[in-house]
Design a protein around this ligand. Structure first.
Ligand code: AGP
Length: 607
């Protein structure tokens, strides 16, 4: 949620910090700050609001120095004010710290820090003062941070700078992501890889409990017992341009339009349509475990949970094994019976969602193997899972997930096909048919992307609408949920996803001429039933918008978004595209902050 950047090296630190923060803006934040060390000591500037406010201040008061820290804060304890913005300082202002996460026992620790003067309402500040206290006796920055961290409860990533050590940053991590970026005679700290892209492709993700010394010459990592530790370095394949808008008005539009490429990337090298097989590189889950699983438990949040619902349909249809999808935020409490016979599939774009990580830990503790579907190499989820399917969506900057949703769905479907084949529930002949259809998807996605006239018209027409309802069944019930989530996230209009068959059990009471109902009704097993449900809406004068298969119009729909014909299980990949565009154009029409919607963060690292 918050963003951390640290730099030490020969360059002027400030531009590196500001650029890094800009690349982390997508994580969501409401204030920003920097601290730089120079001949005058630790100099800092902070500002509530957008990074631009901070930049305005820095124009008037540039900070010199070749070592420093930057931070974007998403308020938890205390409002989005200047005193609450990071960095936070020790009493003598010779130690400064930036923090992501929550220090749960801050109130208790604060009471023990008698004589210390606090300048903010944050939980973070207590850590700066604890480090100050231990530094006074230890005189060693790493030891001081280690002792302070030992007293903290919660989840956090810290970066700390000491006025006494002009070539040193200290980083610490517990349950919040933090990576070190490795350069030539310069090194970096960042809460995610996006901040490093202009400078280096070599990243070292810290493990839980790690503390690191970062100076110009190199980095040294210590584990939670302060024993030197070796951590693998990963090579980042994303280019710096992936963090640029590429001529589009918003990241969201760029990312929506990339989907025919990203779907193609997901298929590339994995599909053998002739043999009717799917192959994954470094999959990590033995075939025997796939065969013996008696249940599949899927854990995810938000959009990833919707991808999980598509996975459930496909797993039950193709592999004939029961699959449950749970919100990670509920599964984390451990009451769900995970066991050795359950294969857990955790879906998370970021691989850092706190609830999903907690659910995965509960599952593993109960003996369940975990397969992760994630977009981020080196993420906590990727490191903790037994096996990983890496998505190939590339960096997604907009808070609202679009291309990573279709990538999650594509991976989930390929996994279901693989599972079906391995378990012998899916015949080779049927798998061939399905996989041939899969290979034809990228141009179909492109076709849907190229046909946005109806979407634009619809966005304009219903802009001032009263309420949106999205309805679907089977594979496209998740599409209804996802379409509604996109609409509410970025347009702030009320939108609800609902099972079409459930409408008459309550929500139909809401329908009148002020309601717009988007029905996802492509060709497939449930089409007739969908049409009946649409009739019920029509009879009550609701406005109907339909997503249909080309050549199969539904006369009562006032607006239609067409998708090309495909296997029913692939229809969510195509049907969601016009709904993403509808949300986008509606939000633009309403003048919303499309890429960084209010109150939301890209990666939810708190419970
Ligand atoms: C989707 O638009 C949202 N940004 C949100 O629902 C997101 O999918 C959810 O927070 C889960 O994130 P994850 O995939 O990184 O775990």
């Amino acid at each position: 949620m918050c963003g951390i950047v640290g730099y030490v090296g020969p360059r002027a630190a400030l531009p590196v910090l500001v650029e890094g923060l800009r690349r982390l803006e997508y994580r969501g934040y409401d204030s920003a700050g920097v601290v730089v060390l120079n001949g005058h000591g630790l100099e800092s500037e902070k500002s509530p609001g957008k990074l631009q406010n901070l930049e305005e201040r820095l124009k008037k008061r540039p900070l010199d120095g070749t070592i420093g820290l930057g931070h974007t804060r998403w308020a938890t304890h205390g409002g989005a004010t200047e005193p609450n913005a990071h960095p936070h300082f020790s009493c003598d202002r010779r130690i400064a710290l930036v923090h992501n996460g929550i220090v749960e026992n801050f109130a208790e620790l604060k009471r023990g820090l008698r004589g210390h003067r606090f300048a903010s309402e944050t939980d973070t500040e207590v850590a700066a003062h604890l480090i100050e206290r231990f530094y006074a006796s230890e005189r060693d920055p790493v030891r001081a941070v280690h002792r302070a961290v030992g007293l903290l409860r919660g989840h956090f990533a810290f970066a700390v700078i000491f006025a006494d050590h002009p070539d040193l940053l200290v980083a610490a991590r517990l349950n919040c992501p933090l990576v070190l970026g490795l350069g030539e005679e310069e090194n970096f700290i960042a809460s995610d890889i996006a901040a490093l892209l202009p400078y280096t492709r070599r990243a070292l993700p810290l493990d839980e409990g790690d503390i690191a010394r970062v100076d110009r010459a190199g980095v040294r990592v210590f584990d939670r017992m302060l024993v030197p530790a070796r951590r693998p370095v990963i090579e980042v394949t994303w280019g710096a341009e992936s963090a640029a808008k590429g001529g589009h008005a918003h990241y969201m539009l760029k990312e929506i339009l990339q989907q025919s490429e990203t779907v193609a990337a997901e298929l590339s090298g994995r599909v053998d349509a002739e043999r009717g097989d799917v192959r994954f590189e470094r999959f990590g889950i033995p075939k025997a475990a796939l065969r013996s699983a008696r249940r599949i438990a899927i854990a995810a949040c938000g959009t990833a949970w919707h991808a999980g619902l598509v996975a459930k349909c496909a797993i039950e249809e193709l592999a004939k094994v029961p699959a449950d999808v749970g919100f990670s935020s509920e599964l984390r409490y451990g009451d769900t019976p995970f066991d050795r016979d359950t294969l857990t599939v955790a879906i998370s774009q970021s691989g850092e969602t706190s609830d999903t990580l907690a659910a995965v830990r509960a599952a593993r503790e109960a003996g369940s193997r975990v397969l992760a579907i994630t977009n981020i190499r080196g993420s906590t989820l990727a490191r903790e899972a037994d096996g990983v399917l890496f998505m190939r969506a590339g960096l997604e900057v907009c808070v609202a997930a679009t291309k990573t949703y279709t990538s999650q769905v594509m991976n989930a479907l390929l996994f279901a096909i693989h599972l079906g084949r391995v378990r012998g529930a899916l015949s080779r002949a049927r798998a061939r048919q399905i996989l041939r259809d899969a290979l034809a998807l990228p141009p179909k996605v492109q076709e849907v992307l190229g046909d946005d006239c109806a979407v634009l018209r619809c966005a304009k027409r219903f802009l001032r609408g009263y309420d949106y309802m999205y309805i679907g069944r089977r594979y496209n019930l998740p599409t209804a949920y996802e379409g509604a989530l996109k609409m509410k996230e970025i347009s702030y209009l009320h939108a609800e996803g609902y099972g079409a068959g459930e409408m008459k059990h309550g929500p139909l009471a809401l329908v009148d001429r002020r309601m717009t109902v988007v029905a996802i009704a492509p060709q497939g097993r449930v089409l007739e039933k969908m049409v009946s449900n649409m009739q019920e809406i029509h009879a009550r004068k609701g406005h109907l918008v339909a997503v249909t298969t080309r050549g199969h119009p539904i006369a009562i729909a006032e607006e239609t978004f067409e998708i090309p014909p495909c296997e029913e299980m692939f229809s969510p990949l195509l049907a969601v595209v016009p709904l993403q565009l509808l949300a986008y154009h509606t939000a633009v029409g309403l003048g919303r902050d499309v890429d960084q919607p209010r109150n939301l963060a890209k990666s939810v690292t708190v419970e």
